[in-house]
Design a protein around this ligand. Structure first.
Ligand code: MSP
Length: 519
């Protein structure tokens, strides 16, 4: 999907635990990445967009056992759920990686060998608390005792005592270098609140990290020590470099796309990405990624989402119910990206009916049906432009600049707010200019007004493609925008008067099931 021209842009999602059922959280991270990947491609970048599945670990081995299957066959089966999710969500990912692939095993072992040779890894023995659900180690101070006596981590995951021989990564030696790195790269961790959390965690002191296990076998074998497999997070994080050709550091792919421009993650897995990962990489002489954005979590009608509460939001179901573009829009518009958000039926329907149907849909529909009725179904010929016309067009043209800024900061909500400011201005312009009243009195002025609105809608549609690709495609068809002219390079090529238009059709239907809105 990426061309060979243009500045490279490499963006990744976390790779998903292969045996989880795809839920809203998975869809959220990847939709955000997909929107950004599409924006950058349309803006001329050579994009590499990666997603995939995290196939190894104790949790997966246990699930495979419970299903009476070999872990490999089990992961082959469940990994398909995420490929189906990719298809259903229309992701434009260029690659889908699985950590069970030979290319990945090779990259992990090469990275390990580099760390070992640099004396960053040593053999010791681990005794401590481990949460299988999080695949993470915890110190005593991070645990709380439940009423029934079980110890749980802050994530709520139960922990168990583990004692085994283990290789350790000298993370403790990286504390000062990590802090210096954060200091020198103030935008490495965003948003700022998350950056501050990571910095105080690192300032609190780092312990060496256990990076191998011997009590189960579903993982990448440690080179030259067959009793050990690699810690699943060391294995999983490496996927980001595997996919661009590591260990071939001189390869075209690696030199083009590494360091990654952006790792998008949820706030729960920031520590792995912002502390362990740059330390592993720097220790192996590989530059760290440029940026890590930690987004917030969704609740459902105010409650934490969990299987036990039975309130899991199934991305297949909601996109079927509300429409894919509608869900993409909702997720990115409803909450400032980075904050937590609440998913409720009422909120989704409100966005669909107000923002999409009333504001955007109505604007497009009004102008296109007037053009169909009064301009012979062709793009009207504008006359001389009045100040109000220039003002609206100026706002539409300025939108691209604002979007580059806001997308550059992953502020999707602000990008959409800026878009809706132009939609609001265009609706007010239509009301003020009242082209229907000009039909008899001044048809030439009516043509100018309709042309100005069509041009504005063209900017809006081109620039909204990343969020709502399918709907905007249909809208651009209706505006007579040629197929090959939909990248941002063609933003300033105005509609050609006289172009034949297809009959107008609404692109944003209202959500009808009003009775259910009370839920
Ligand atoms: N396998 C690891 C990632 C390894 S990356 C080298 C993992 N997988 S996961 O399947 O649990 O994926 C979790 C992703 O979904 C995270 O980014 C997480 O933040 C996100 N979400 C899970 N539940 C969520 C919500 N309720 N809301 C928003 N996102 C949440 O972690």
């Amino acid at each position: 999907m990426s061309g060979s021209e243009g500045k490279p842009y490499y963006i990744t999602t976390p790779i998903y635990y292969v045996n989880d059922d795809p839920h809203i959280g998975h869809a959220y991270t990847t939709i955000a990445c997909d929107v950004l990947a599409r924006f950058m491609r349309l803006d001329g970048y050579r994009v590499r967009f990666l997603t995939g599945t995290d196939d190894h670990g104790q949790k997966v081995e246990k699930s495979a056992l419970a299903a009476g299957m070999e872990p490999q066959a089990f992961t082959d089966r469940v990994s398909e759920n995420f490929r189906r999710l990719s298809q259903a969500m229309g992701y434009s990912n260029d690659d889908f990686i699985r950590t069970t692939e030979p290319r990945h095993k090779r990259a992990c072992q090469a990275l390990w060998a580099k760390l070992k040779a640099a004396d960053e890894i040593y053999l010791g023995s681990y005794a401590g608390w481990y949460a299988v659900r999080d695949e993470a180690f915890y110190t005593e101070t991070e645990l709380t005792k439940q009423a029934d006596g079980t110890l749980v981590a802050s994530s709520g995951a139960p922990v168990e005592w583990v004692e085994e021989p283990s290789y350790f990564f000298r993370l403790s030696a990286w504390q000062d270098r990590l802090l210096a790195f954060y200091e020198a790269n103030p935008h490495f961790i965003v948003p700022d609140t998350r950056r501050n959390e990571v910095i105080s965690f690192v300032q609190g002191g780092l312990k060496d990290l256990s990076v191998s296990r011997t009590t189960f076998h579903w993982g990448v074998p440690v080179p030259d020590d067959a009793d050990h497999i690699m810690y699943v997070w060391l294995d999983a994080l490496t996927n980001y470099i595997t996919a661009v050709g590591y260990p071939e550091e001189a390869s075209e792919d690696f030199t083009t796309f590494w360091p990654a421009d952006l790792h998008m993650v949820g706030k729960d897995i920031l520590r792995f990405h912002a502390v362990y990962w740059p330390a592993f990489l720097m220790a192996a002489g590989v530059p760290p990624p440029k940026r890590i954005f930690a987004h917030g979590w969704w609740t459902k009608e105010g409650q934490k989402i969990s299987k036990s509460l039975g309130n899991v939001i199934d991305p297949f179901e909601i996109t079927e119910k509300y429409g894919l573009d509608q869900v993409r829009y909702f997720l990115l518009r409803e909450v400032p990206f980075g904050n937590d958000g609440d998913f409720s039926h009422g909120a989704v329907v409100g966005r669909i009916n107000n923002d999409l149907a009333n504001d955007f849909g109505n604007l497009a529909q009004r102008v296109l049906s007037m053009v169909a009725k009064n301009c012979g179904g062709k793009v009207p010929e504008p006359g001389e432009l009045a100040a109000a016309d220039e003002a609206l067009l100026g706002q539409a043209r300025g939108l691209a600049v604002r979007l580059r800024e806001t997308y550059g900061e992953q502020a999707f909500h602000r990008a959409l707010e800026a878009t809706w400011e132009v939609i609001g201005a265009a609706n007010r312009y239509v009301d003020e200019q009242a082209p229907w009243a000009l039909r008899k009195s001044d048809p030439a002025r009516m043509a100018t007004v309709l042309y100005v609105v069509m041009e504005t809608v063209r900017y809006l549609a081109l620039l909204s493609q990343p969020v709502m690709p399918e709907t905007m495609n249909r809208l651009l068809d209706q505006l007579g925008q040629p197929d090959g002219q939909r990248s941002f390079a063609t933003l300033d090529q105005a509609l050609v008067p006289g172009t034949e238009l297809p009959p107008p059709q609404g692109v944003f239907p209202r959500y009808q099931d009003e009775a259910a809105v009370t839920s």
